[in-house]
Ligand binder design. Structure first.
Ligand code: CP
Length: 316
């Protein structure tokens, strides 16, 4: 694999999940693969989980790992082709990406959307420029429209914790105070639509995701109906796709509570984190027995390691 930017880059998701679970039980078995190989993790936005889990994953495979918070520690990047760089930007992404490709055997890139210009965000302009100019395999550490390492960890978590075949999985919108990207729900939907699960998305009217990501999912505006019998509930806020990046008032009653959880099949509650307590998810859920958010975050290591292993095997 030379690119991991979405579920479409994966030949067999079941095998990838199985490999992540094998790595969880034998993390250091493939250290030879990364010997004398460098992984560069390039962040244009903040991160806790993605940064540390991918760093651990690379180290487990024997790689040297370097992290660059390019937005703070690098030169101010110019992203537009043809720009006359007589303003505040100092280095063009063409040179920056190409130089990173000289230093690293694999790079990971995190680049969030601006949520102002849908066409620009959904063209993955920044992420794709890194792919185009770096000349080495690239892993998405979350791009404008997708977060595939998170989604893979989510599927690993569901596979590990499910108590029946074809579990009922619900992605439910949650309240927030500011517009958030659609990357996590887009990506989760895309992976769930390919997995062997019974998948539903519930959200208030106006928060429809791009159908490119939800094809095959059941979609409802009735959260109570969707909660009935659910085995896994994935809680996440996102802003509107149309009008792009907007949030509408109200809907605070979409926050998941223990009372709502009673309608489910004792569902396990998931969230990619970071989470705003008592806004997106209640204390009682996060601190209660149904929350698997920490377990899920732990699985980020094995998801990243499975992907890096595939890339290293091709570099051999
Ligand atoms: N879930 C996730 O990607 O967390 P970070 O933003 O902290 O990396």
């Amino acid at each position: 694999m030379k690119l991991f930017s979405s579920v479409h880059d994966v030949t067999d998701i079941n095998e990838l999940v199985a490999d992540a679970l094998r790595l969880k039980h034998a993390p250091h078995e493939h250290k030879h693969l990364g010997k004398n190989k460098t992984l560069g993790l390039i962040f244009l936005n903040p991160s806790l989980r993605t940064r540390m889990s991918t760093q651990i994953a690379g180290a487990n495979l024997g790689m040297q790992v370097m992290v660059l918070n390019i937005d703070k520690e690098g030169w101010a990047l110019e992203l537009q082709d043809g720009a006359v760089m007589n303003g505040t930007t100092v280095e063009h992404i063409r040179e920056a990406a190409a130089v990173l490709g000289e230093y690293c055997d694999i790079i990971g890139v995190r680049s969030f959307p601006g949520l102002k210009n849908r066409e620009e965000d959904y063209s993955e302009a920044i992420f794709n420029k890194f792919v185009k100019y770096c000349g080495v395999p690239v892993v998405s550490l979350e791009s404008a429209t997708r977060h595939p390492l998170q989604s893979l960890a989510d599927l690993v978590t569901i596979e590990e914790l499910k108590t029946r075949d074809r579990p009922k999985v619900l992605l439910t919108w949650a309240p927030h105070i500011k517009p958030l990207p659609q990357a996590v729900p887009n990506s989760f939907a895309e992976w769930m639509c390919k997995a062997d699960v019974d998948f539903t998305i519930a959200h208030p009217k106006g928060y429809e995701l791009n159908t490119e990501f939800t094809n095959g999912a059941k979609i409802t505006h009735n959260q109570d109906e969707a909660l009935a019998g659910a085995d896994f509930i994935y809680v996440k806020n996102w802003s509107a796709y149309e009008p792009y990046g907007q949030v509408f008032g109200g809907n605070e009653d979409w926050m998941l509570t223990n009372q709502k959880l009673q309608q489910t099949n004792n569902a396990k509650v998931m969230h990619c984190l970071p989470v705003r307590r008592n806004l997106e998810l209640s204390d009682e859920i996060l601190d209660g027995p149904n929350s698997v958010v920490i377990h899920e975050a732990g699985n980020r290591v094995w998801a990243a390691q499975a992907v890096l292993k595939l890339m290293l095997e091709e570099l051999e």
